[in-house]
Design a protein around this ligand. Structure first.
Ligand SMILES: Cc1cc2nc3c(=O)[nH]c(=O)nc-3n(C[C@H](O)[C@H](O)[C@H](O)COP(=O)(O)OP(=O)(O)OC[C@H]3O[C@@H](n4cnc5c(N)ncnc54)[C@H](O)[C@@H]3O)c2cc1C
Length: 309
């Protein structure tokens, strides 16, 4: 993707944080005239010309995420450590049409969960999981330990999962929705556990011997805003992708208002980007429709059956 974009003349700049925008108002229209950013620790301002457009990421589910290791729990970061939400907060100050970021980022206790990735150099864990679940990796769904205090799940994808993954290495992913609760086999909340302790909790639920994950490397990842887009909201808390009265500024993210679409998906961000590009550049193309799965009789029937299980 990166190679393809660069071949089209796109200049990608990394290690650069956008911290603010210069905005002016003309005939009731908001116009961005400059982009403030930090490159390393150097601040700079990028001038925005009359025919330029500015597409801004307002909020991110992975903001302030932190990694642990086999011997350390991830640090407990907040938006104050990462600064990712600050830009949207600054832009929305005094401009109600730019949404209300605080609705989404003010309660880490409700928006946090933790994931972990495990790298194995011995096949014992995968072999035992195949035996236990009856599924080859990549063919079953998630395995959820529904009675676990942390509400933990794991996913064994088809192997190799990564390009150039060595044949004798296997990887899997897992997560837990209640990392602030004490475990069933480890007497600690997950968000205070290192990778070794998470593996101990996992093996406890599976009734697997600890040797099954011998030499495994488990990296925990705490994500304080991972479900922030599901926080209770009302219309107007999320801006329109192209906010009312904006001449050259648009928002692209999981925190824009798109009727009927479902957040926590790549599709949502892609649709937002299509909408703003077509609108601001006046491109006459249709946005792919959202399929109303929730209204299908089959889905509703399945939901009814499930609700009685
Ligand atoms: C663990 C996990 C599992 C998921 N599973 C699925 C799945 O199965 N299916 C699915 O469809 N979706 C899934 N998602 C969701 C999907 O990954 C996201 O919805 C999608 O990546 C959001 O895309 P985005 O471009 O809006 O934001 P992001 O991918 O978050 O990208 C935003 C980028 O902007 C950068 N940025 C933010 N603020 C600034 C700033 N001020 N200055 C400079 N850069 C900035 C960030 O660093 C980041 O690189 C999952 C997400 C996670 C975390």
């Amino acid at each position: 993707m990166q190679n393809w974009l660069e071949a089209q003349g796109v200049r990608l700049v990394t290690n650069c944080k956008v911290t603010d925008l210069d905005l002016k108002t003309e005939d009731g229209k908001h116009i961005v005239t400059g982009i403030h950013c930090l490159r390393g620790d150097k601040s700079e301002v990028i001038a925005v010309n009359d025919d330029d457009f500015v597409f801004i990421q307002n909020g991110s589910m992975t903001d302030a995420s932190s990694l642990g290791s086999m011997t350390s729990a991830p640090g407990k970061l907040t938006k104050a450590d990462s600064g990712g939400w600050t830009l949207w907060e600054k832009l929305a100050q005094g401009r109600p049409q730019f949404g209300k970021p605080k609705v989404f980022n003010s309660c880490i206790a409700q928006s946090c969960w933790e994931s972990f990735t495990v790298t194995l150099k011995k096949p014992a864990f995968f072999d035992k999981m195949i035996q236990f679940s009856g599924n080859q990796p990549g063919t079953g769904g998630l395995v959820t330990f529904k009675d676990s205090n942390w509400l933990m799940s794991i996913v064994l994808a088809h192997q190799p999962h990564f390009l150039n993954q060595p044949v004798d290495v296997q990887v899997f992913w897992g997560y837990a929705l209640f990392p602030d609760r004490v475990g069933n086999f480890v007497p600690k909340p997950m968000d205070e556990c290192n990778g070794a302790e998470i593996l101990r909790e996992l093996c406890g639920h599976l009734r697997f011997d600890p040797e099954t994950v011998e030499s495994a490397n488990c990296i925990p990842c705490r994500m304080p805003y991972i479900t922030s887009m599901f926080m209770p909201r009302v219309r107007g808390d999320r801006p329109l992708p192209v906010p009312r009265g904006s001449k050259n500024l648009a928002f692209i993210s999981q925190f824009v208002e798109i009727p009927d679409d479902v957040v926590f998906t790549v599709e949502y961000s892609v649709r937002a980007a299509q909408m703003v590009v077509y609108a601001l550049l006046d491109i006459d193309r249709k946005i792919p429709a959202v399929t109303p799965h929730a209204e299908s009789h089959q889905a509703q029937f399945k939901a009814l059956i499930k609700s009685f299980k």
